[in-house]
Design a protein around this ligand. Sequence first.
Ligand SMILES: [Fe+2]
Length: 288
Amino acid sequence: MSADGYAFGERPPGAAADWTIDQDWKSYTQEEHRTWVTLYERQAAVLPGRACDEFLHGLQALDLHGAGIPDFRRMNQTLRSLTGWTVVAVPGLVPDDVFFDHLANRRFPSGQFIRRPDQLDYLQEPDIFHDVFGHVPMLTDPVFADYMQQYGLGGARALQLGRLHNLARLYWYTVEFGLLQTAQGLRIYGAGIVSSKAESVFSLEDPSPNRLGFDLERVMRTPYRIDDFQQVYFVIPSLQHLLDVTQEDFGALYERMATAGDIGIDDITPADEVLTRGTQAYARAKAA
Ligand SMILES: [Fe+2]
């Protein structure tokens, strides 16, 4: 079920066959535009020196600030000219096959609504701030843009093979919560981090989480948490590396995982490249 109470497979009234709706930009209220600007300014203060250059360049190229909530028609002109991607509005979460089909065709589905002013710090379902501010700047980078399309193509295959839970972890630990190694140190590229003020600091600076080198199979064997800061972050050496290792067919990998089993969320294995051996103090305090 989506948060709107629609069962997947049952399209909300007014949505097209691919679940898209009109963004209806004119319908946003002044208060909603102010919420965007408030969120934008909080992140703009925290992200320099923390977000990767590709994200910051994308943010600048798309000029997402000035008029509050971006008008997709205008934003898409720039985005399309840079990488051939566009953003389409959807009512909320969409079924997996629909989501993958959009990505495979270089369309990023974004929630149309924005959170209320009393929800600035946490929201369970992705809103337009998370989806657009968090995800779209990286889609201006040609390598990351190809990776996202590749992920969409892989999604259809994972559905066929019944390994969606493994593939979803790849999305989680890269697209949502990925860190990137750079000459200047660790930087954020994951949308779930860059759209959260607190996690932007926590992911890089807190001693609690593990920070481990990215390994495709390792990541796909690692569960994640959706309700709080991550207990482990995976660090890629470059965006090109991420694209390169995900271009093979995952069939053989899925077969191995069927017998290999999962790795505990805070485990460190002998094969891991350990950048930070976390104290896990944050997670333990929350569990107590
Ligand atoms: Fe997201």
